[in-house]
Ligand binder design. Sequence first.
Ligand code: ADP
Length: 357
Amino acid sequence: MAPTKEAVLKALGTVQEPDLGQDLVTLNMIRNLEVSGDKVSFTVMLTTPACPLKGKIEADCRNALKSIEGIGSVEVKMDSDVPNDGRMRGLVETPIRNAIAIGSGKGGVGKSTVSVNVAVALAKSGARVGLMDADIYGPNTPTMLGVEKLPPPNGPRIIPAEAYGVKMVSMGLLVKPGQPLIWRGPMLNSAIRQFLGDVEWGELDYLIVDLPPGTGDAALSLAQALPLSGAVVVTLPQLVSLEDAGRGLNMFKTLEVPILGVVENMSFLEMPDGSKMDLFGSGGGEELAKATESTFLGQIPIDPNVRIGGDTGKPIVDAYPESPVAKALTEIAQKIAQKSSVAALGTNNTLPINIVE
Ligand code: ADP
């Protein structure tokens, strides 16, 4: 007996989407279901191409179908439709689905490194990604991506540079070399609005915003000028840095920007014998996440290739994708994407995913 569509849907109805806590059929994530003889094919529409559970969900679907009598070949396509953060709607003209700020309590902790590598990792997964370098004190993402200048503007519209599949604009590219970057509150606000309004981003799933460090005027006015859908705070493992990071987290809380989580950078150095050496203390990022009831997104080890890649415009997730640092950064990017999709779904009254016909 050939399987029926109903039997297939019933079986797939037992497969859970772990983040959303419901099954794939209820979430309307099963698309284009076709049953022809003993052959079954369908598409699973995920909420992000960077879904870390992609493999598990596909395996769960295949397992669930095994119990159906008479089933032959099963073709599963994995696709994605990143949900639009409800808060962004009407606030920006450009179709940016999620704007995610990367902040830190102080400078030099690796905030730009995380911003650049998360952006590149998301782009590698197939997402449409923009990177806005708003760190007015040290706009170094152009160097990290090997970008020297922006393409010629299209009339009044700024065209972002493109590197490693990421569209990027930096404060550092908007001023002449050698010109001091002195920004005051109102200037900052208008610059940031110009960034959002005048840049031809095109449609983006994620806009990663590299914020200035700290909780001073610059960071605050930037965070206020942007309709942010989530924020990530980067910290080092030691205590002083954690106190600073705690203030950064509070700033986002006060602005009612959802905290996606805490990243601990330069957590340890891997020694030739495989042991780990804690140069800057240990475990602090996790403690901070606990104390602030936010998610700990992961630890990034120390690797000289991170700095070398940063200085030569070769992000480590692209240059050494198999290195422990690149893997840690890619996992962090996946968690950010996953959490921002869950948060975006929470801002929408209806699920973005269409009903199964
Ligand atoms: P921030 O944006 O917080 O000021 P950066 O991302 O510019 O910090 O990082 C500061 C310096 O530390 C850069 O030279 C960068 O290459 C280096 N760096 C950052 N993270 C790591 C790491 N995990 N291992 C080695 N060097 C790192």
